[in-house]
Design a protein around this ligand. Structure first.
Ligand code: SF4
Length: 356
């Protein structure tokens, strides 16, 4: 099929979706067409992704408690409110005891799985033992599944963190286009990020990655290539969120990504990687109040309510207008939301498939 075709009939789109349900593969040209679907035809894609989700990972929605333990970052990601040149943000690094106490509270609230997230805090590059120490304590005393998302480290450090008890690692590539990547990350390059993803896979992590939808200068070709890169990396977790311009960053005047584009990315990810874990992200919920429900109905099967102490919540602002509620409210809202669409909350660790 050529992407030059302006439109598939509904019948042709249904046939294409049926074919993908069986093959889990799409050509570059097909993807270019699909990432530009209009709202009406996108419903056909979402229904297909929802069917594949049901068949491959069931009706369970896994809840992970998110702890944002440091907003200090040395990186210059041009879209991010925590980028190092933003001096409007008050920086914090939670003490190890605070991280443990937050994890303990989350476990008491019923979370079987935690996500520890931070900026790329240089303290941990020189004090990896401190991070490994608190992870090891959480793992040994609380017996929970642990996902870490703390940026780029050496392979040796990834190994140290794995040995300490981290099960999964999230490191999004954000865009598959090397030139755009460089523009958005002036201190970094795509190859470095892909190398880190390779290290993580070799170290035996359940690896997660993902991208942003609607970045400035993103084209349908780049969008399609983002999805093909996911397929090639064959990861067990995929996080996808819309670009949301932050007033304290160089991209403050740009248009945000769309809810529709983000949902299309979620649905196509489910079709290309049928058994992967896909969160309904808070960023999407910020853009569209029903965004997380729509994502759960377009292929997603994970939610990550924030359990960080309230005093730090406001300070961890990757993007503006972040949803900010107490840990209890966040969990209760997530449970209600899941049950409102006839799905069930899972209280198991919800491990991602390990790839060889
Ligand atoms: S996206 Fe992550 S690495 Fe980049 S500036 Fe923000 S916190 Fe730092």
């Amino acid at each position: 099929m050529s992407s030059q075709q302006l439109r598939l009939s509904d019948e042709e789109l249904i046939q294409l979706c049926h074919r993908v349900e069986v093959s889990s593969s799409l050509s570059f040209e097909e993807l270019i067409y699909l990432v530009q679907l209009d709202e009406r035809q996108a419903q056909i894609l979402f229904a297909t992704a929802d069917r594949v989700r049901q068949r491959m990972v069931g009706d369970a929605v896994h809840l992970r408690g998110l702890i944002e333990f440091s907003n200090i970052c040395i990186r210059q990601c041009q879209y991010c409110g925590l980028y190092c040149r933003n001096n409007q943000v008050k920086r914090y690094r939670m003490k190890e005891d605070e991280i443990f106490a937050t994890a303990e509270h989350a476990v008491k609230m019923g979370y079987p799985s935690l996500v520890l997230q931070s900026g790329e805090d240089p303290f941990y590059n020189t004090h990896i033992e401190r991070l490994a120490g608190v992870i090891s304590r959480i793992k040994n005393e609380l017996k929970v599944a642990i996902t870490l998302s703390a940026g780029e480290f050496s392979k040796t450090d990834y190994q140290r963190l794995k040995d300490a008890g981290v099960d999964r690692y999230l490191l999004r590539f954000e865009t598959s286009d090397a030139k755009l990547y460089r523009e958005l990350h002036p201190d970094s390059q795509l190859d470095d990020r892909l190398q880190c993803l390779q290290y993580l896979a070799e170290t035996g992590y359940q690896v997660g990655t993902g991208f942003m939808v609607g970045l400035p200068r993103e084209t349908p070709e780049i969008f399609a290539n983002n999805l093909l890169l996911l397929k090639k990396l064959n990861v067990g977790m995929v996080g996808i969120g819309p670009f949301l311009p932050n007033q304290d960053t160089p991209l403050k005047g740009e248009a945000s990504g769309t809810s529709l584009g983000t949902l299309i990315a979620v649905a196509l990810t489910r079709l290309l990687l049928p058994d992967t874990n896909i969160p309904a992200t808070t960023a999407l919920g910020t853009l569209d109040k029903d965004g997380r429900i729509k994502a759960l109905q377009a292929g997603a099967n994970v939610m990550m309510p924030n359990v960080s102490p309230m005093e730090f919540r406001e300070l961890y602002k990757l993007y503006p207008n972040k949803l900010c509620v107490t840990a209890d409210q966040g969990r209760d809202t997530a449970i209600k939301l899941v049950e409102s669409i006839g799905r069930v909350v899972s209280f198991s660790a919800g491990h991602a498939p390990l790839r060889k």
